[in-house]
Design a protein around this ligand. Sequence first.
Ligand code: HOZ
Length: 430
Amino acid sequence: MPSHDEDRLGNSIFKRASQVIPGGVNSPVRAFASVGREPIVAERAEGAYLWDSDGRRYIDYIQSWGASIFGHAHPPVAEAIAAAATRGTSFGLLTEAEVRLAELLCDAVPSLDEVRLVSSGTEATMSAVRLARGFTGRDLIVKFDGCYHGHSDALLAAAGSGVATLGISGSAGVPAGAVSSTVVLPYNDIDAVDEIFVRHGSEIAAVIVEPVAANMGLVPPEPGFLSRLRAVTNAHEALLIFDEVITGFRMALGGAQAYYSVAPDLTTLGKVIGGGLPLAAFGGRAEIMECLAPSGDVYQAGTLSGNPVATAASLAVLGDLSAETYQMLEGRVELLAAGLANALEGTGLEFTVQQEGTLAGIFFLNEPVRNYEDAKRADSAMYSRFFGEMLSRGVLLAPSPFEAIFVSLAHGRDEIERTCDIAAAAASTT
Ligand code: HOZ
């Protein structure tokens, strides 16, 4: 098997990519720049494993950034996609399957009376924000530092994920006016939220939050944070938007809102519900959703929205999920989190493994991380070295310290124990 050297086929593919794709990738984190190396090039994947273009096999903890809850190429999903594709890949017309999917989403997530399907998480959050502004007739949006809600202009202020990975505070090309109605507060800081509502309560359309922050590493909400957000938004007739693009159908069937028993007004979904295809959604109370065109005057549309192939994948994934799924997944994530902590203990490395239900993350910092300021204090050079040591031993973590670890149902005890053994070896040479 080739080593990580100049002869790698992956290197030459990346070289070609760099000639014709900006930065050589179609989404920034994939460039591996923040871990100081050239990216691997994916060839195929199955279950917990991914193979690169040089034939190397990895236990994959990216899992399409959380989209593949059953692991890669889950047979019922692959079969549903193939069958749907033969019936036509896109009609631009209503289909019965979309209705079934919308019914299923509304049944599983109690705060959804109605839902609209879109093609990406960015579309879902952008549309939810427009809808919140249209419904309330107010402009201000409150978001939290390090939370990532896609790359629409209004939400590209102090964002996590790739924005954090690149160490930039926002993006060139976003006019000051586009973010001038976005207020950014520290995650988990309810006093800051109370204060902004005292000063601007009647101007705030919505608070948007990742109920578990998973784009600055993994940062759980502190007890009471989400319920206080619910109370303060209710008191000021502002909307509460849960961005459940990552947590939806990953934490529980009803998402993080079921996990914490806090019901938002609007919810965005993506990742898991697409089963690896471009499908996302936003939904909520009927009186809010009915403000959307054609019923109302908030415009939103999409040629590929409710696309039949993506809808078929979604129905196949959601049809296989149950309460037991989450118990099983949580058990595996617990095993991994405890095993990683155990592997790193006593190595002299300063670290914190954070776990919340079915999500986990690792920071090279010897104290709990409760917001983006804390996350930035973690040793990112150490993460890069650890990432490289894990990669060379066959474990693929996110190529950025500002992402979460995604375990799938295809990660069995064997894969997890092997990962922890490899982590012990990697830590000893990091
Ligand atoms: N925004 C994704 C991570 N939170 C990365 C998407 C990708 O590169 O595929």
